[in-house]
Ligand binder design. Sequence first.
Ligand code: JFZ
Length: 581
Amino acid sequence: MKHWKSVGALVVMATMLPGQAPQAPDAATAQALKKFDEMKFGMFIHWGLYAIPAGEWKGKYVRGIGEWIMFRERIPVAEYGQLAKQFNPVKFNGGEWAQLAKDAGMRYMVITSKHHDGFAMFGSKASAYNIVDATPFGRDPMKELSAACGERGLDFGFYYSQDQDWHEANGRGNNWDFPEKRNAQPYLEGKVFPQVREILSGYGPLRLIWFDTPGLLSEQQVTELRATVKKLQPGCLINQRIGHGRHDYAQTGDNAIPIQVYTKDGKWEVPATLNDTWGYKKNDQHWKDPRDLISKLCDIVSKGGNYLLNVGPTAEGVIPADSQRILRTIGQWLAVNGEAIYGTSPSPFNMRDITWRATAKPGKLYLHILNWPGKSLRVEGLESQVTKAYFLANKAAVKFKKAGNGYEFALPAKGLDENVTVLALEIADQQAKVADGFRADQAPARLDLHAWVARLQGEEIRYDWATQSATHLKVFEQETNRLLWYPYKSLGGKYDVEVTYSCDNAAAGSKFRITSGRRGVAERSELTGVVEGTGGKFATKKVAGVLTVNPGAETINFQLEGDDKSAGMKISKMTLVKRAD
Ligand code: JFZ
């Protein structure tokens, strides 16, 4: 699958760097950003013609994300376009989708108005390649959906693929039907600007527009695109994937969560999947555990982000039952614990392990207990006086005492909630005072990068809750499974590295590689080693050499290389130990 990396992804990734300042907000944008920050949790929907093949082409399973099937299989426009004649989502019901989002505790919805395949999922005058004119369905589902969201008080927004368009000779990406040479301007003028005006005019107020994979548009073109949006709806937020820093708020990579509180570059959002695809794939049953997703919501919000969680409806217009089950479980948790999520500010503490996370409101701290610590919880570095502590789940008072440089809370033997139990604290200060070394903007000198905090990339890799480690580190020629951590300006300097893992003696011997840097940029730091047998028990091993993490580093990676004899190893964490030099 060489083309996947070389043609599409790489060009795109290299421009997807965090750490870009947003545009200075005018009044309408500032007000929208405030609302957006309060919402914390939204529904992403990838829905289009790709839901028909659903991850299979001509009887063959196609690896990778479902909405990329046209690209991966080099399906000619004429052939892919035939799918429109079959697209008839008779079971679509906008009210049900909006209600599901509401039941999940989501506060906004973002749906694909046009993905990279170029097919408009709304009635478009600018291109006949749209759901009203080209399908037997003949309806505009986006009208119904935007209205249904409005009725339920959910904010609404559109995803729009502005640069990649595999249906158009002058859109980016399709080099199997069209010559490589491309002139983006007529494509922008003929399709993108008119369609963007259409989606901003016919569907009520949009909270945001979600552009994607900016790639190769010029700064001038992107500036014009931004102006097109703001002229019609000044309060419509623009996401970072518009490119050239013309955004109002940022995206992390998909399923990529910063390792620490991250507030240096304005508001950000984590787009994430419930399984391993965005567009529906019938074979993808790798559903994430609601406990994991709820914990990730707490983790993201405590670091300053929003969580945009995706569903991929079928070609009939149905959101898969497993997605619905998972989302409703999250909603039940939020119905009890939403006070600790919506409208909160990020943690005043840095993140030292995966026991708890914090969010804050004036005079209050919420401790989200992700991994039950037993009969007491120690919170080091909390200097503000605690006046009251209680669980959100039952309002029962919790005993506490000052201990060392912080507090100790007396807990029952087990959590009140099988997912995350929230302990609310009332404190004597409006904003918590935190001791030196424990504050959010200070990285601990010994920093554990837990597997749970990493993005686990690849179809085979799994997180094992029992041992809190990642496993199935399969090696493939082009898309090796790996762990990726995102420092996002929280680290800088030289580090000794330790890896904590277990490996059966018989499986030992694969080479591993740890890198820090930016994809596609020369100045990378890299360490290698060999996986040792640990008799199946967890052990901490020092890695030879020194890892340099510069403040602009996008990721820190761990992966196997060459063979994957040791794929079944379990990695629980990497520890970065700051060097004096
Ligand atoms: C893009 C799309 O190509 C994909 O189909 C989906 O819509 C997703 C939400 O966005 O894929 C990306 C874009 C950026 C990164 C990763 C995948 N990134 O910055 O890491």
